[in-house]
Design a protein around this ligand. Structure first.
Ligand SMILES: Cc1cc2nc3c(=O)[nH]c(=O)nc-3n(C[C@H](O)[C@H](O)[C@H](O)COP(=O)(O)O)c2cc1C
Length: 342
């Protein structure tokens, strides 16, 4: 599958998640089977580009190609400038955020709020495509199904964006009003796919190989994007890839391998954020990794009190080494649940 001229190794994508899909996490997911990963959104407001947060988000050091940066904003000229700025710093694909319902973004009419203003949305798409096309960089768009139940305009907006030169559209199967509540629906994604010639990516609630297969069948989408289900379980990409290729389910990973992946991820994470911020922001990743495992909840409480990266690393090593004695292969979440009750 291609995004414009760029060929991807497979059609399993990591969803952009602010505060989660930083460079270390994206690289981990790519090592474990994801074919493509989009960065956390970067604001189009020039005044913030020099901030530590934005410069960390624009850090692609050592990341395998293609490097995709998501930009968010409401002003077409600013968005075009943001696209050029990120291309100068290594972006090979620019993704426009029209999918995020966060208040910080939507209060200024960015993110999914833009879907309610199709004229402005299209002006932004046109300005960004005009900025990127001379540099040979494809532009993609991430959106929801619409503002609310009665206003699902994803097909109209996706068609207009295709007409303006967008190379790929991703649709999260919820409305803006839904936030993350309820269930994702896939009929609108199927309608967008049927209406477009460019690749369409299905997103929302894909959390297992079986669900991935079902969503592909229902939508006929060209690719799948996975977000929350990869938190603490980045090997879900290779599990899905294996199932789509063979129809079989991949055996669970060895507990020792999970320890190794998490340790590698933590080293990379501390390298990007430094000791103090690294130690604090690593807690959520460690928490996700252990939450469904026997003893995971108790471990998480203790781990949250540790005050150095070294202490976190030692605690993680001990937790997984102890777990491996009883479970050489990672226990399924259900086993863990039973053992927590026991
Ligand atoms: C913590 C978090 C942060 C997110 N940040 C972004 C973002 O920066 N840009 C964006 O387009 N979507 C963002 N999303 C939405 C996801 O990309 C995705 O569309 C959504 O989570 C549905 O997919 P999932 O069910 O596989 O998680 C975020 C979601 C979460 C949970």
């Amino acid at each position: 599958m291609n995004i414009g001229p760029i060929e991807l190794p497979n059609r399993l994508f990591v969803a952009p998640m602010a505060g989660v899909t930083d460079r270390p996490f994206r690289m981990l997911c790519k090592r474990l089977g994801a074919g493509y990963a989009v960065s956390e959104m970067v604001t189009s407001q020039r005044a913030l580009w020099a901030s530590l947060k934005t410069s960390r988000r624009a850090d692609h050091d050592g990341e395998s190609a293609p490097i995709a940066v998501q930009i968010a904003g409401v002003d077409p000229t600013e968005m075009a400038d943001a696209a050029r700025y990120n291309i100068d710093r290594g972006a090979q694909v620019i993704d426009i955020n029209m999918g995020c319902p966060a208040k910080k973004v939507c209060n200024v009419w960015a993110g999914s709020a833009l879907m309610s203003n199709e004229t402005l949305a299209l002006r932004i798409v046109q300005a960004v495509v005009q900025a990127c096309a001379p540099l040979g960089v494809p532009v993609t768009l991430k959106m929801r199904t619409g503002r609310c139940d009665g206003e699902r305009n994803a097909v109209a907006l996706a068609r207009a964006a295709e007409g303006a030169g967008v190379a790929m559209v991703t649709v999260h199967g919820r409305t803006r009003e839904q936030g993350y509540s309820g269930l994702a629906e896939y009929d609108t994604i199927a309608a967008v796919k049927a209406a477009l010639r460019i690749p369409v990516v299905a997103n929302g609630d894909i959390d297992s190989p079986a669900k991935a297969r079902a969503v592909l069948q229902h939508t006929n989408a060209d690719a799948l994007m996975i977000g929350r289900a990869a938190q603490g379980r980045p090997w879900i990409f290779r599990e899905i890839a294996h199932h789509l290729e063979s129809g079989e389910l991949l055996a669970p990973p060895a507990t020792h391998d999970v320890k190794h992946w998490l340790t590698e991820h933590l080293h990379d994470h501390y390298g990007l954020y430094g000791e103090l911020t690294g130690m604090r922001t690593a807690r959520k990743h460690i928490g996700w990794a252990v939450r469904a495992l026997p003893g995971g909840e108790a471990f998480r409480s203790v781990m949250n009190t540790l005050q150095s990266c070294d202490a976190q690393l030692r605690a993680v090593a001990t937790f997984f080494e102890d777990l491996a004695v009883k479970y050489p292969d990672l226990p399924a979440a259900n086993d863990a649940h039973l053992s927590r009750q026991a």
